[in-house]
Design a protein around this ligand. Structure first.
Ligand SMILES: Cc1cc2nc3c(=O)[nH]c(=O)nc-3n(C[C@H](O)[C@H](O)[C@H](O)COP(=O)(O)OP(=O)(O)OC[C@H]3O[C@@H](n4cnc5c(N)ncnc54)[C@H](O)[C@@H]3O)c2cc1C
Ligand code: SF4
Length: 444
């Protein structure tokens, strides 16, 4: 049994999805920043994909130089507030903090980061001056974390930037995917609006690029293109019963939850298939939406799950129950889901095999498949010259994110195959600098 009542209104939704990392007040920030040892060879910096100068911004918070702290953060990471809240800090900066070796709670770097950047956002602090217009026009495809980061960096370097976004709102999976108990939708949108005001890039919403002619037009109108298109829909399992009413892909279920909030639908008995972080999120979210029973079913053992331990603990703490070494054979039902037929598995010589005769059914009225996302292979194939690996990840020719089509650069999930927001932000910043270098070297 889970602990939550179905939320009937926005307030109950907020209570069920209470923020894990609420924003600090000034006293909390001052106290927490005073604990930092300002280590000379700070391991926290090396553990951050955007290499923010963490001891510097913590010292700036401590000396009440909040604009300085925000500038330090944004110089390295354009989504400072979002990352402070959604990053898996437990395995990144906070996991590397020296306090861990002394059995003392690490510095709450993520919350301090969000504190300083949210003050800058709320006060609409203008922290950066753009370089003079260099006459170069760059298109950014996708307004997710990668696209927004690239747009900021390119605008800072003096390029004229236009962002093309398929959806009606910016931020990609940071808005439509990240769990509501990590960040509120408004917080995500406020940071993008703040950046847009500062850098003046234009976003064309509900403007998917989907045909070869769309890219031909981009080629005519722009000097270079950044592709921040992320990944696609949830991967199919090729199982009988997958199209039944009540069978959801995790990405689609979470998008529905993030869009409809307390009006989102959930089953009474839910089975989540998968062992990654998205499976943990979906299970947690189903519990918080008021499902009575949530089973997290994974085909290997608990120790082999790809999910971070803390994400599993979080799902468990709200009532999700783990079921290991089972794989689904079919999703059962006539029109609607009524159960999942499982069979037990075991690993022999590192190979997973099913145990004959061990099949059984778990009754449920909702199945959520957290089985990864498809790559955007078909879309990428529309662009001449660009190459992908067999799985569909966009290949690059150098560490600047340049693709086999020299005018196109990329970063984020489309290139790395699906990591975290902070990786997308970091890779896009590098790619934006790569574009600037390419345009400078190819003046014509
Ligand atoms: C359920 C879920 C939960 C997650 N939780 C976390 C978390 O807690 N912390 C964390 O750090 N990371 C999390 N992640 C991962 C993180 O969200 C991604 O790594 C990150 O958003 C990748 O950024 P991106 O810009 O590369 O791609 P995306 O965020 O996918 O953005 C791509 C953008 O491109 C747009 N687009 C796509 N195709 C086109 C087109 N043809 N034309 C125009 N626009 C297009 C899309 O609409 C979208 O806005 C989560 C992912 C998922 C699926
Ligand atoms: S490792 Fe911890 S104590 Fe040292 S600088 Fe980083 S946050 Fe401060």
């Amino acid at each position: 049994m889970t602990d939550f009542k179905r939320p009937a209104n926005p307030q109950e939704f907020e209570e069920n999805f209470e923020q894990l990392h609420p924003i600090m007040n000034a006293t909390q920030a001052h106290y927490e920043s005073s604990r930092c040892l300002f280590c000379h060879d700070a391991p926290c910096i090396n553990a951050c994909p955007t290499e923010i100068d963490i001891p510097l911004f913590i010292r700036q918070i401590n000396t009440n130089n909040l604009s300085g702290a925000a500038k330090t953060i944004y110089e390295s990471n354009w989504l400072g507030n979002i990352c402070g809240k959604v990053c898996p800090t437990e395995v990144l900066c906070e996991g590397a903090c020296v306090y861990n070796h002394q059995e003392v709670k690490p510095i709450e770097i993520g919350r301090l980061q969000s504190y300083a950047s949210s003050v800058a956002i709320n006060r609409n602090k203008h922290l950066f001056e753009k370089a003079l217009d260099n006459g170069k026009k760059v298109a950014v495809v996708g307004a997710g974390p990668a696209g927004i980061s690239a747009a900021c960096e390119l605008a800072l370097l003096g390029c004229m930037v236009t962002v093309y976004e398929a959806k009606e709102l910016p931020s990609g999976l940071a808005l439509y995917g990240v769990a509501p108990y990590k960040i509120l939708n408004d917080t995500v949108l406020e940071e993008v609006e703040y950046l847009q005001k500062q850098f003046g890039f234009h976003i064309k919403y509900q403007h998917p690029l989907q045909a070869a002619e769309d890219f031909e037009q981009l080629d005519r109108a722009f000097d270079a293109v950044f592709l921040g298109i992320g990944l696609g829909s949830t991967r199919e399992l090729q199982l009988e019963g997958e199209s039944l009413d009540g069978c959801w892909g995790a990405v689609e279920f979470i998008e529905m939850l993030k869009t409809l909030q307390h009006k989102a639908m959930v089953g009474k008995k839910v089975v989540v298939l998968g062992g990654g972080n998205t499976a943990m999120d979906a299970a947690s979210e189903a519990c918080r939406l008021g499902a009575e029973q949530v089973v997290l079913a994974y085909r290997r053992s608990k120790d082999e799950m790809r999910a971070y331990e803390f994400e599993y603990e979080l799902a468990k703490s709200v009532g999700a129950v783990g079921l290991w070494n089972v794989t689904p054979l079919a999703i059962l039902g006539e029109e609607k889901v009524v159960g999942v037929l499982f069979i037990e598995t075991r690993t022999i010589d590192k190979k997973l095999e099913t145990i004959p005769g061990s099949d059984y059914t778990i009754d449920c009225d909702m199945v959520i498949k957290a089985t990864g996302q498809n790559k955007q292979k078909a879309l990428v194939q529309l662009i001449p010259g660009i190459q992908t690996d067999p799985s569909g990840r966009i290949l690059t020719v150098n560490d600047l994110g340049q693709t086999h089509n020299a005018r196109y650069f990329t970063g984020g999930d489309a290139m790395n195959g699906g990591k975290e927001v902070v990786n997308a932000v970091a890779e896009a910043k590098v790619a934006a600098r790569g574009i600037h270098q390419y345009l400078t070297e190819n003046q014509g």
